[in-house]
Design a protein around this ligand. Structure first.
Ligand code: SF4
Length: 358
């Protein structure tokens, strides 16, 4: 049994993954929903009944097309926006119940790394001052100690002391993302959320940042949520992967199981698309019919049925529940058994998985 499996718990709602569990996780997300009201009667169901757990030291990947609700999950987990329903606990604390001081503490222990490092840094401030600011805000160390910490972190993320005096405009996108990651780690977070951390970077920078995150995961024992539209990104760093479609998780499994034996037709399409793409560009439309339906009016029954090549009458009438299909592997599809022989991701076996991208 893999280490992170030790932290799985039995979800409490009927829509949640059913995999058995053995110990308390660091992060518990239980049947959360986030609906945005548009006018009096319309609401966008950005996230609609999502549950998962993340064990200490585990990296969970959240993958799906743009607009499926991934980034909304990052925002509700840091209380940048409130939940419509459901519950999120981090280190045993329900985040909706935190008072002002506790929320400040949460924002120290839960750090976010976003897609665009340019907008994360003040262009008028030298890098050193930008990195020291959160330490000063949380009253950590003296001025000298903060400076030493920042210089050590610059080296740890693959830069050097000269960056302390530089301005953001004097750095490349990859260097800035290293700085943003380093700034997040200075606060020694117990949980790091990375929301598309490499999608603003070119292919070689993307590779370097993924390798850096992989190294930092090992050296700091990081617990992470890695959000990406790109399966190749989550494959290289995550222990477990959840596939999202239109506000819901449709499949969740250990990384190797997901790539070796994907069960949901949507997961299979994403894997096939990422394998077909030789250019470095991600192209799920190669395998998927039509566009992602509007979350304003999600399809009845299985939300994927309007694009699924295997849809049958039942699919438009009844929403599939999560079913355990193997150890630490759950799927939401009425016909996963019948579709077991359809494996566009078969060639992506776990044996091909590398820990680093070169
Ligand atoms: Fe396709 Fe039906 Fe399965 Fe949905 S439930 S993924 S429509 S086969």
């Amino acid at each position: 049994m893999s280490t992170h499996t030790l932290f799985r718990v039995v979800p409490t709602d009927s829509q949640a993954p059913t995999t058995p569990a053995l110990a308390l996780p660091l992060v518990e997300v239980d049947a959360i929903a986030k609906h945005y009201l548009l006018g009096r009667s319309l609401s966008v169901k950005s996230v609609d009944g999502v549950s998962f757990t993340i064990g200490k030291g585990e990296v969970l990947g959240l993958v799906g097309e743009s607009g499926c609700g991934k980034s909304t999950i990052a925002r509700v987990m840091t209380r940048q926006t409130s939940l419509t329903s459901g519950r999120i606990k981090i280190a045993g604390q329900e985040i909706a119940a935190l008072d002002r001081q506790e929320l400040k503490d949460l924002r120290r222990t839960v750090q976010l790394v976003f897609q665009d490092p340019f907008s994360a840094l003040d262009p008028r401030m030298p890098i050193g001052a930008s990195m020291e600011a959160p330490l000063a805000q949380h009253r950590i160390g003296t001025r000298d100690e903060r400076r030493q910490k920042v210089v050590r972190m610059l080296v740890e993320v693959g830069l050097d002391e000269t960056f302390y005096q530089r301005y953001p405009r004097q750095c490349s996108g990859g260097q800035l993302q290293r700085i943003v990651i380093g700034r997040a780690l200075l606060l020694e977070p117990s949980f790091l959320i990375c929301d598309e951390p490499t999608s603003a970077l070119d292919a070689s920078m993307r590779t370097q940042i993924l390798n850096l995150l992989t190294d930092l995961k090992r050296s700091h024992g990081l617990t992470m949520l890695m959000i990406s539209h790109d399966l190749r990104v989550v494959r290289h760093i995550c222990d477990r992967i959840a596939v999202m479609y239109l506000g819901r998780i449709v499949e969740i499994a250990d990384r190797d199981a997901l790539f070796k034996t994907p069960r949901h037709p949507y997961t299979k399409a994403l894997i096939a698309a990422s394998m077909l793409d030789r250019t470095g560009l991600y192209a799920p439309e190669i395998q998927l019919r039509g566009d992602l339906p509007s979350p304003l009016n999600p399809p009845r029954g299985c939300r994927f049925h309007t694009r699924c090549a295997h849809a049958q009458a039942k699919c438009s009438q009844a929403e599939p529940e999560f079913e355990a299909v193997g150890d630490s592997h759950d799927v939401r599809c009425h016909f996963w058994r019948e579709l077991q022989s359809e494996r566009p991701g078969e060639q992506c076996s776990a044996h091909n998985t590398k820990s680093r991208i070169n």
